[in-house]
Design a protein around this ligand. Structure first.
Ligand code: C2G
Length: 130
């Protein structure tokens, strides 16, 4: 069984998230998504609308996702790859090169982002409608 992992906040789930989850799953048989905890988001200077438990529940309902684990810090990826016996690490290409150190442990693939959609844009568009 080929196992894939990807990481992110996945707040206000949108087609950009769905597109990367669908393509990540297509690379293997089992997709693990490591979702940033609320505490880690503070370190990433991100304020998610949905708290971790709700983002986890939403991701677990996505057909491409087989397992959701918490992302507590920047440094857990090597351990996650080993612990979960991961074959492929996937991220959007906005992270191109950032995680190449994982190539010692698994395949590293950066996929094109979906243009024109982001959680930040959703928040801005809704704010402008007021
Ligand atoms: N993404 C995408 N297209 C978009 C928006 C996001 O392909 N229009 C991808 C990102 O490239 C990322 C994933 O969706 O691979 C999740 O995006 P975020 O929730 O913004 O995650 P991020 O804040 O980039 O956190 O350790 C890694 C970090 O946790 C990544």
């Amino acid at each position: 069984m080929k196992k894939v992992i990807t990481y992110g906040t996945f707040d206000l789930l949108h087609t950009g998230h769905i597109n990367i989850l669908r393509r990540a799953k297509a690379l293997g048989d089992y997709l693990i998504v490591a979702i940033s905890t609320d505490e880690f988001n503070m370190l990433k200077h991100k304020q998610a609308y949905y708290p971790f438990e709700q983002r986890k529940q939403i991701l677990e309902a996505v057909r491409y996702v087989d397992e959701v684990i918490p992302e507590h810090n920047w440094d857990q990826k090597v351990e996650d790859v080993k612990t979960h016996d991961v074959d492929i690490f996937v991220m959007g290409h906005d992270w191109e090169g950032e995680f190449d150190f994982l190539k010692d442990y698994c395949e590293v693939i950066y996929l094109p982002r979906t243009e024109g959609v982001s959680t930040t844009k959703i928040k801005q568009d809704l704010s402008n409608r007021k």
